[in-house]
Design a binder for this molecule. Structure first.
Ligand code: FAD
Length: 389
């Protein structure tokens, strides 16, 4: 197939600064040269290419909006969005790895951590020397994390943590876990080194989605950590939810990247595939599909870009992010499903990308707030009436 050419139907390139385009193109090139050649094998084996972590760190994609004094790149949020777009063009597992590290581990430390915690952890996380994970979901509490059973009990100057988290990205391959627990003082977040006695993170196997991503349980059995590991600024459920807003923002861009990958593959395939003596692309039904998908992808790009500019201006709200995540992941999934169909039997082969993206996006539409939960969040914003319970 010809090299990847991203759809830019409405000349959106003009809307990005030179620096934003440069960041995007650098990540795009890396994904094409270094990541894509091995992804099908990793997807099949159910592994993440950990050997590429130092290269990802060199690219500056771990916490790229983190100030330079803490080891970040100090980029704006649109540049961060474009990074997510390009990473997820490779695989949702790759974007998930980077989202967790930056938005769910570095961001809460930056936002809610003490100066000491920031100086200790952020440079190590930005350089990929330490990998982090974010433990909120439990076996019985996903959409409603307020029901969590994990507890933190104060004993002198220490806390004793007990409980079980599930579906935690990077759990097994991380060295540091942000663990959310309920206590007499409300919901609290702790920076738990994974070698703390009583802590374990067994990997969850047998997934058919996000196979090139490590997903784990976190088991906490009388884990004792000093009060200095508590995020002092994180009080109440608002804290973990605000971290998720950061990550969802990246997902809204990432899903556009996955859609681009599928569209590019299906467009090229339809131009080369001969059916009934002419290219598939020359028939009206495939053209209608492509026109529809190109329009939806373009709308998704515009939505992500607008939310990104609002975020950089400090004017974005969680409901804006809900709209972008909800729309763009559903869009990406639809694009992937239609493109998979357009590739016929080849569409189910890992030699092509569409099937892998389609399977991955089934996780992406569930995690970081399901499609329906974001529907309710937008409904809440519009009506003022919460309909979650
Ligand atoms: C691959 C993967 C990686 C993940 N990584 C992480 C991670 O790193 N850290 C972490 O903490 N979590 C992670 N998660 C967990 C994820 O965030 C949860 O799965 C998600 O929040 C949904 O929770 P649930 O699975 O318990 O589904 P449920 O909450 O049980 O939802 C089931 C269904 O019920 C619907 N529903 C729920 N409540 C309502 C309601 N009030 N009204 C109407 N419909 C409702 C949902 O939309 C959904 O369709 C990950 C999940 C996956 C699949």
């Amino acid at each position: 197939m010809a090299p990847y050419k991203q759809l830019d139907f409405l000349c959106l390139d003009d809307q990005f600064s030179e620096e934003e385009r440069m960041v995007r193109d650098t990540v795009r090139e890396w994904v094409g040269d270094r990541f894509l050649p091995g992804i099908a094998e990793h997807f099949e084996a159910g592994t993440f290419p950990m050997d590429l972590v130092p290269e990802l760190a060199d690219l500056g994609v771990f916490g790229p909006t983190t100030p330079e004094e803490y080891g970040g790149a100090g980029l704006n949020n649109v540049a961060y969005g474009l990074i997510c777009q390009e990473l997820e063009r490779g695989d949702s597992g790759l974007r998930s790895f980077v989202s967790v590290q930056g938005s769910l581990v570095m961001w809460p430390i930056l936002e809610y951590g003490s100066e000491e915690q920031k100086r200790e952890w952020l440079p190590q996380l930005a350089s990929g020397k330490v990998i982090g994970c974010f433990g909120l979901t439990e076996p019985d509490f996903g959409s409603n994390p307020g029901g969590m059973l994990t507890t933190a009990v104060k004993k002198g100057n220490d806390w004793v943590l007990n409980g079980r988290k599930m579906w935690i990205t990077n759990g097994t391959c991380s060295q540091l876990s942000i663990v959310w627990a309920k206590s007499d003082e409300g919901f609290l977040g702790f920076l738990v080194p994974n070698d703390t006695p009583g802590f374990s993170a067994p990997e969850q196997k047998h997934k058919w989605s996000l196979r090139a991503s490590v997903t784990s349980e976190l088991v906490l059995e009388d884990v004792v950590v000093p009060d200095s590991t508590r995020l002092p600024g994180a009080k109440g459920l608002r804290a973990p939810l605000s971290c998720l807003t950061q990550a969802r923002y990246g997902i809204a861009w990432g899903a556009v990247g996955a859609a681009h990958a599928c569209f590019d593959e299906a467009l090229q395939y339809s131009q080369e595939r001969i059916v009934f003596d002419k290219p598939l692309a020359g028939f009206q039904i495939p053209q209608a599909k492509l026109a529809d998908l190109a329009t939806k992808i373009t709308c998704g790009q515009l939505l992500a870009l607008r939310v990104g500019r609002l975020k950089d201006e400090g004017r974005y709200t969680p409901a804006h992010v809900s709209m972008a995540k909800r729309n763009n992941v559903a869009m990406g999934l639809e694009v992937a499903r239609v493109c998979r169909d357009m590739l016929g039997a080849n569409g189910i082969s890992l030699e092509y990308q569409v099937g892998r993206h389609m399977c991955n996006l089934e996780s992406v539409i569930t995690y970081e707030g399901t499609h329906d939960i974001h529907t309710l969040a937008i409904g809440h914003e519009l009506t003022g009436l919460p309909a979650y319970r």
